[in-house]
Design a protein around this ligand. Structure first.
Ligand SMILES: [Mn+2]
Length: 471
């Protein structure tokens, strides 16, 4: 097999009689020919110019499309075994990740929060790419994007997987917190935190390496040392802040991959710009509109990726066949002191419990294995298109009682759900499960977490955990 590497323009310039002769002579020597389409620099430049002036794309730019069938016909005329052509465009982000893997150790790591959700994963990928290409005015270095979960847990992020598969990025291209290359690079790397502003307990020993923070969560006020760049703004998505940082030229140069991922993240994080959950800000809307227009102008409108907001929701809620432990791990954030988890599960609490006949012992086993003192559960889900939220607290009975009283004073508009609460005894430990409906739909984990930390700072609560963190 031999490839002719060149643009179709090059080949199609000879579509006259002489072209047939040239092809005949080539085919006498070679077994097969692979043609691929590539735009010439001149065509790319004209398209860019038209875009920057806001003009319609010149019609003759689509010449390449016409040439392809013409060239196939020509080939068929001289050689009957032409099967077709491969329209090959190298997926940009995949190539970046592969080059990174092959290169010498990077000097920086971009890392999202421990939920490794769409926003965290994509903002880590995009900040790493932008920093590596010199696109960020305030930071430039070869940067490795890391998903802050063990590699095995990626199977549980079906929404992230599904979107990345549209630009041909698979788990083999990604870096995870328990990869050897990551563990090796961590101690000597600058850390760029995206979608969180406090390292997980496991990474806290690298705090002095934090250089950059880009986030949309409540500020924890960690890291008093001077940072190279910090931006914390309460918008719907970290990807909105990243989109704003990148110029039109940068987005065009990384299209369609980067604008596609950014827009998918903003769409998901704002619950499709829901007026009920009220997560979107004017900045989210502005950047989302800009990204969609950009995708369209480079010939890859969002629709062309074959994934809708509903597809993303379905992928995310597809927890069939998952164990209780896997569901708990699928979108989990941790509190360091006292050790605790705040898990998001995308189904109704009633289904979560009834799906597992050994639910009580499994949730207790999960907390014991993680050394959690308690677990907070958030259940956002869709019921016939309507957004719903449930919540649950799991922990020592007195603690759960105090926590419920404290949180229910906040504007969560909690309503108890009868028949699901339970008292559970596993060995020497006593646990209580309290389930409730969250009628204020604007309350997500992002709002809940600061209230939890506030509660844990109360003197009579704090006293319960003195010395407990060594458990
Ligand atoms: Mn986020």
């Amino acid at each position: 097999m031999v490839e002719i590497l060149g643009s179709t323009r090059h080949v199609s310039e000879g579509t006259g009689v002489r072209g047939v002769e040239v092809l005949r002579s080539l085919l006498r020597e070679w077994d097969a020919v692979v043609l691929y389409r590539r735009e010439s620099k001149a065509v790319q430049e004209r398209r860019r110019l038209a875009d920057s002036r806001g003009e319609e794309e010149p019609e003759d730019l689509n010449d390449n499309e016409i040439h392809i069938p013409r060239v196939i016909d020509l080939l068929k005329a001289v050689w009957p075994f032409v099967l077709g052509t491969i329209d090959w465009v190298c997926p940009m982000l995949k190539k970046f990740l592969q080059q990174l893997r092959a290169s010498v150790a990077p000097t920086s790591i971009a890392i999202g929060n421990s939920s490794a959700d769409i926003d965290s994963s994509f903002s880590a990928l995009i900040v790493a790419l932008a920093a590596s290409r010199g696109y960020l005015p305030w930071y430039s270095a070869q940067t490795m994007p890391v998903l802050s979960i063990p590699r095995a847990d990626f199977a549980l992020r079906s929404d992230v997987q599904k979107i990345l598969s549209k630009i041909e990025v698979g788990p083999e291209d990604l870096f995870f917190s328990n990869d050897e290359s990551v563990e090796k690079a961590l101690p000597a790397s600058d850390l760029l935190l995206v979608d969180h502003n406090q390292l997980t307990p496991e990474l806290a020993l690298h705090s002095h390496n934090v250089r950059v923070i880009i986030d949309h969560h409540a500020e924890t006020g960690m890291y008093q040392h001077p940072l190279t760049y910090k931006r914390i703004e309460r918008v719907g998505s970290t990807c909105t802040l990243l989109a704003e940082t990148l110029t039109d030229e940068m987005l065009a140069a990384t299209a369609p991959d980067v604008p596609f991922l950014l827009s998918a993240a903003i769409l998901t994080d704002t619950d499709n710009f829901s007026s009920v959950t009220k997560k979107a800000t004017p900045l989210d809307e502005k950047q989302y509109g800009r990204l969609l227009a950009l995708l369209k102008s480079c010939g890859r409108p969002f629709e062309s990726f074959g994934i809708t907001y509903d597809d993303i929701l379905h992928a995310r809620a597809d927890v069939r066949g998952c164990t209780t432990e896997q569901k708990l791990r699928s979108d989990l954030k941790e509190i360091a002191d006292p050790r605790a988890g705040v898990a998001v599960v995308h189904c109704a609490v009633r289904d979560f419990i009834s799906d597992d006949p050994h639910f009580a012992s499994n949730i207790a086993a999960f907390c014991l294995q993680k050394s959690y003192h308690f677990l907070v559960l958030m259940f956002p889900y869709n019921d016939d298109g309507a957004v719903r939220r449930d919540g649950a607290f799991f922990g020592p009975p007195t603690f759960v009682q105090q926590l419920s009283e404290y949180i229910f004073q906040k504007p969560v508009e909690a309503a108890p759900i009868s028949g699901l609460n339970a008292d559970i005894t596993v060995g020497p430990s006593q646990w209580a499960l309290r389930c409730f409906q969250i009628r204020n739909l604007a309350i997500s984990r992002k709002q809940m977490q600061p209230w939890l930390l506030e509660f844990l700072q109360l003197p009579h609560v704090k006293a319960q955990f003195v010395g407990a963190s060594s458990l």
